[in-house]
Ligand binder design. Structure first.
Ligand SMILES: Nc1nc2c(ncn2[C@@H]2O[C@H](COP(=O)(O)OP(=O)(O)OP(=O)(O)O)[C@@H](O)[C@H]2O)c(=O)[nH]1
Ligand SMILES: [Zn+2]
Length: 371
């Protein structure tokens, strides 16, 4: 019999994590294998009592819920690290209360997490689902479904770094834009998120000089639909116009919807915002720290395009720091602000006050009042 041997995947660890992400997103349990044991992990989304009963049969009282630090803080605990709460009974109602509900309160001791717990939480984050996981340590006698995906914990830990370093250019073509007729779209595979990353080269920038660059995190609501809740759409179009009118530039459109939390979690956060919480409070309730994004892979994209010095269009100190640390020469004197609207001023103020963004809101409001 002929046997097909595949040598295509030169990184089986990354592929294993990607398969695990797909399983996890379809609400199937995944087995994480660590050095000192393994654990069955399942996300809290789409969790019901029937699934709970299946998990309980395997867990025999040893399941626990792992919650990130942000969520524990929202539950009233002073925490900088994730923690675990025992689940003697695996019930949907209790899990939802602890992981999701606004009035959730901790009703049991919170213990420190182990390596498998951390890897389980990281798998949930990579999967862009709610960052809360049910973990069942597997003892040797337990039999589990052989079709369940098994993934080494070390591969999950290393995944982000590996993907950030391993970006490949897959396609490129001219795409004339309304405000920038000479533009080229260059698509990379790798980086963050679950899709591809796009570099838009506007005009013909001179790569021997600092190139005007913007790192733009995807914002479906703002970029595409002109949502009034943020300034993203204005920033995007203003950047392209500026580049076209000033010797060109490169805009990186990064798959980091919702500050890296994914569109589903962003809309969950918007629901909380409609109840009066600000952009960071809402994320914290869902278990997210202020910003999940990393920008190291953006530097890899720029280097692959032949860029070594940039003039960055941003107000975000984190973007400036990440590119500088990657060895690129960075000039960061160009701020980029959209129009303030009644709906987005509090969002802009929160970014300035909570995340240290360089936003001169008073100046901006004064300017817009003059118009
Ligand atoms: N989680 C969350 N994400 C949001 C919210 N509003 C906007 N976003 C996301 O925030 C990100 C904004 O990204 P960028 O436009 O790159 O902006 P930035 O980090 O503010 O930095 P600069 O614009 O460069 O100063 C996008 O991914 C949006 O989808 C929100 O209320 N909650
Ligand atoms: Zn936006």
């Amino acid at each position: 019999m002929m046997r097909l041997t595949l040598s295509l995947s030169d990184n089986p660890a990354t592929t294993a994590v990607e398969r695990a992400i797909m399983e996890f997103r379809s609400a199937r349990p995944v087995v994480i294998e660590g050095r000192d044991g393994s654990a069955l992990v399942v996300g809290v989304e789409d969790f019901d009592d029937a699934r709970g009963a299946e998990i309980e049969a395997v867990a025999a009282g040893h399941a626990h819920l792992v919650l990130p630090a942000a969520r524990l803080r929202r539950l009233g605990l002073e925490r900088e690290a994730p923690g675990r709460v025992a689940l003697p009974v695996v019930e949907q109602e209790r899990i939802e209360t602890l992981a999701l509900r606004l009035d959730g309160r901790i009703d049991a001791p919170v213990r420190p997490v182990d390596g498998l717990d951390q890897e389980a939480l990281e798998l949930a984050r990579l999967s862009l689902v709610l960052p809360a996981v049910i973990v069942v340590p597997l003892s040797s006698g337990v039999e589990i479904d052989a079709s369940l995906m098994r993934v080494p914990g070390a591969a999950i830990r290393d995944y982000r770094r590996a993907k950030a370093a391993d970006l490949s250019l897959v396609s490129r073509a001219p795409v004339p834009l309304e405000d920038a007729p000479t533009s080229e779209f260059v698509v990379f595979r790798g980086g963050e998120g679950l899709r591809d990353q796009v570099a838009i080269i506007v005009g013909k920038p001179d790569l021997s000089k600092p190139v005007t660059v913007r790192l733009h995190s995807a914002c479906l609501t703002g970029d595409l639909f002109g949502s009034l809740k943020c300034d993203c759409g204005d920033q995007l179009r203003e950047t392209v116009r500026f580049m076209a009118a000033n010797e060109g530039g490169i805009l990186l459109y990064l798959d980091q919807e919702g500050r890296g939390n994914g569109i589903a979690n962003k809309i969950r956060a918007y629901k909380l915002q409609s109840q009066g919480y600000d952009t960071y409070e809402a994320d914290e309730m869902l278990g997210f720290e202020a910003d999940q994004r990393r920008f190291d892979f953006a530097a890899v994209m720029l280097k692959k395009l032949g860029v070594s010095a940039v003039r960055l269009m941003t107000n975000n100190p984190e973007k400036i720091r990440a590119l500088s640390e990657s060895g690129l020469q960075v000039i960061s004197d160009h701020r980029v602000l959209g129009r303030p609207t009644a709906e987005n001023v509090s969002y802009l103020a929160a970014k300035r006050d909570r995340a240290g963004h360089y936003i001169d809101l008073e100046g901006l409001l004064a300017c817009s009042n003059k118009d």
